[in-house]
Ligand binder design. Structure first.
Ligand code: F6P
Length: 325
């Protein structure tokens, strides 16, 4: 392996830059040249490729976002698009690609590898922590802390005005972020898409229990995938007479300087990804599972399913006044 490319694809996540830095510097250490492919798979199609070196990755570990830009490429989903991308690899002499992103990125890498025979390795980067093969995805910790910071601030004003707050956190298909943040902020109730919602049991009763316990402000966390947080607020209004305020945290959760944990995981994973390519391996994803850094075949990884942390859910409900079943 002489020369590889690194790209970020899909939604960005804090720590992606740390991952790029790790890939570039590990490659340099091993005598492999590493080029930066910009704008996700689109950059492979159009040849939007830049040299990466020590200077270019200097200071990158602390920066949010991704210096290589990111995109969701429609064209790469087509055979024609992937053929163009393979031509770019041939022209630039790229023997392998490291792609940092979510399941969509893995699917793209796998199809590219199957169709064009280019060696690929994926790295998990998403704030949603919804990639089944890994217990942890780069960006999750920072996003949790960013959300928590905002929620703590909201709690101050909710306490002053004795109000109910409904906060929507990201997670189009997954409630990991909502569950984690909900536990960490001491929420009154948490709604996630993985669990069927009984509004009376899961929201009204916990608010009532908190009120009976002497509390006069309430925090309801809603994962984006559950539906409109404005509808949740309206239902709370109807059921309790409270006048909730809605805050949609949105993309602020995707930004910011990565936490120590995200920098560390990104660094280890980048190191491992380059080693896999150097060993001649392909169609692999690096992962963190049961306390260890491991790797899986991409097909195998995509077939895996990840549930929410049931233990966390049990503890959360115990602490929010939901009666044991
Ligand atoms: O990165 C995943 C995610 O954060 C989802 O939770 C969210 O729904 C989505 O990105 C929104 O991304 P975009 O606005 O970039 O399409």
């Amino acid at each position: 392996v002489k020369r590889i490319g690194v790209l970020t694809s899909g939604g960005d996540a804090p720590g992606m830059n740390a991952a790029i830095r790790s890939v570039v510097r590990t490659a340099m250490h091993m005598g492999i040249e590493c080029l930066g492919v910009r704008r996700g798979f689109n950059g492979l199609i159009t040849g939007d490729i830049i040299p990466m070196d020590f200077v270019q990755t200097s200071g990158l570990i602390a920066h949010g976002g991704t210096t290589l830009f990111t995109a969701r490429s429609e064209e790469f989903r087509t055979e024609e698009g992937r053929r163009k991308a393979a031509a770019t690899c041939k022209l630039f002499g790229l023997d392998g690609i490291v792609g940092i992103g979510g399941d969509g990125t893995y699917r793209g890498l796998m199809e590219f590898c199957n169709q064009e025979g280019v060696a690929v390795v994926g790295m998990p980067g998403t704030i949603d922590n919804d990639i089944a093969c890994t217990d942890y995805t780069i960006g999750y910790d920072t996003a949790c802390n960013t959300a928590l910071d905002s929620i703590d601030k909201l709690k101050d004003t909710m306490q002053s005005h004795e109000r109910c707050s409904v906060v929507e956190v990201m997670g189009r298909h997954a409630g990991h972020l909502a569950l984690y943040v909900g536990m960490a902020c001491g929420a009154t109730a948490v709604l996630i898409p993985e669990k069927e919602i009984d509004f009376e049991r899961d929201v009204v009763e916990p608010i009532r229990a908190a009120r009976l316990g002497g509390r006069t402000h309430f925090m309801v966390i809603v994962a984006e995938g559950v539906g409109s947080s404005y509808d949740v607020a309206a239902k709370i209004r109807d059921a309790t007479g409270l006048d909730p305020r809605v805050t949609v945290l949105g993309h602020v959760q995707r930004g910011g300087s990565p936490s120590a944990r995200d920098r560390m995981v990104a660094t280890y994973m980048g190191y491992n990804a380059v080693h896999l390519l150097a060993q001649g391996k392909s169609n692999r994803v690096v992962a963190y599972k049961d306390g260890e850094y491991v790797d899986f075949d991409i097909n195998e990884a995509l077939a895996m399913r990840k549930g929410i942390d049931e233990n966390a859910y049990r503890v959360l409900r115990a602490l929010t006044g939901v009666a044991a079943e």
